[in-house]
Every structure is written in C-alpha cells, then in structure tokens.
Design a protein. Structure first.
Length: 198
C-alpha cells in the first residue's frame, strides 16, 4: 500500500475519531470523574468495539442490513435509547468524588457496546469503507481497520486526558454534579440531533 493511500485514510480516521460525539463525551466525563486508568479501560472497549464494527461493515454487514426494512430507523432509535439511558445516569449522579461514591466508571464492555449502537460509528464506518475500500478488498479493509484502531484509541484517550485536566477545576461534589449534568445535556443534544435528522 502506498503512502498516497495511507495519508488520506489517516486524516479521515482522525477527523472521525476526535470530533465530538457521544463516546467522546463519555471519555471526557470518565477522565474527569474516575481518572486515567478507568477512562482508558472505556477507551479500549470503545476502540475494540468500533474496530470490529468497521471490519463487519467492510465485509458487507452494512450493505446487507441496509436492505432490511427499517434497519436505519432501528439503529437510530436504539442509539437514542442508549444515549438517553446514559443521560439519565449522568444527570442523576451524586457527583461524589471519593472512591467510595456510588458512581461506577463505564467499563470495557460499555465502550464496546456503545459503538455498536452509536449512529456516528456506523456512518463513519460506512463512509470510510465506501471511500477507501469500496471494491470489497478484504486486505485493504484490514489495513484501514488497523490504522483506525490506533488513531481511534489515541483520539479517545485525548478526551480522557482532557477530562483529567478539567478535574483540576472540579474539586467538590457540587462542581462534579454540574459537570455531569453538562455532559448529560450535551448527550441529550446528540439525541435531539439523531431524532430530528432527516
């Protein structure tokens, strides 16, 4: 594979991975609330989940499912339901900063599952495959997925570290509650976008 192919793939993967979205917001909150280690567990799950989704889409899953009546609508509504669940968890969270608080860090499986119900991940996969591996080249799909894996992990990790940086200014339960509710409202905004999107 030539550098002329890798460079546009890299730019596409970076733009899709680092741009704000539901998973990125959870990374930010996880870093601020639970620290680097817990945040990177979620990042790893989200990265593995996305990479598996990307490979599945590359091998024809999206094309096959797009002929199923109502698939896109079901994807959108399942994504909205999952995001609303996350919104409610964040909004109701006590903001307790100590390890003895009632908050539970989102784990590996949460990250992996979240990508499979995340319409942004499906669209990034489908458009990336269409542009760079549309010929059904399985080797090219795997190369692109490997590249995407590294970029996705690094991009989501940046959001965790941004959350850790933000935690310097979130020093009490009240300010953590405000952060949680702010992230919950941004996730709710993502839900509205998905519902209103034509």
């Amino acid at each position: 594979m030539e550098l002329s192919q890798l460079l546009p793939m890299t730019v596409f993967a970076l733009a899709a991975s680092i741009s704000p979205g539901p998973v990125n917001l959870v990374c930010l909150n996880s870093g601020a609330r639970f620290g680097v280690s817990a945040g990177l567990v979620f990042v790893s799950g989200a990265t593995v989940g996305f990479t598996l989704l990307f490979i599945a889409v590359g091998w024809g899953l999206y094309s096959a499912l797009s002929v199923v009546p109502g698939f896109n609508s079901a994807l959108r509504w399942s994504g909205v339901a999952f995001l609303l669940y996350l919104c409610s968890v964040l909004f109701r969270d006590s903001g307790q900063l100590s390890s003895g608080g009632n908050g539970i860090a989102p784990g590996f499986m949460t990250g992996a599952v979240m990508q499979w119900v995340n319409p942004k991940a499906w669209m990034a996969s489908a458009s990336g495959i269409a542009v760079f591996a549309g010929g059904g080249d399985l080797k090219l799909t795997l190369v692109f997925a490997s590249l995407y894996f590294v970029i996705c992990w690094l991009s989501l990790s940046c959001w965790v570290f941004a959350g850790v940086f933000l935690s310097q200014y979130v020093t009490n339960t009240k300010s953590m509650r405000y952060l949680n509710r702010g992230v919950a409202l941004m996730l709710f905004g993502s839900c509205l976008y998905l519902v209103l999107e034509v």
